[in-house]
Design a binder for this molecule. Structure first.
Ligand SMILES: [Zn+2]
Length: 71
């Protein structure tokens, strides 16, 4: 079940894919995937896919924090 709206604060885009128990838009999902690749490579992908949705929330939260950083 996917939420119709992106869970990122201030984002008005449509929901596209699940991120933990939440839903993010296509743009944010792409960013999330890139961040995971940069952070942990293949191991991170394997680790993430083996997690339950609530467990994934901790990964999503770590990524979410990087969004708040000034670019
Ligand atoms: Zn978004």
């Amino acid at each position: 079940m996917i939420d119709p709206h992106c869970m990122i604060e201030g984002c008005a885009n449509q929901g596209y894919a699940p991120a933990g128990t939440g839903t993010v838009c296509k743009d944010h999902f792409t960013d999330f995937v890139k961040w995971r690749r940069k952070k942990g490579g293949k191991n991170m992908f394997r680790q993430y896919s083996g997690m339950t949705m609530p467990e994934r929330d901790s990964i999503v939260e770590a990524w979410y924090k990087t969004l708040a950083l000034p670019h």
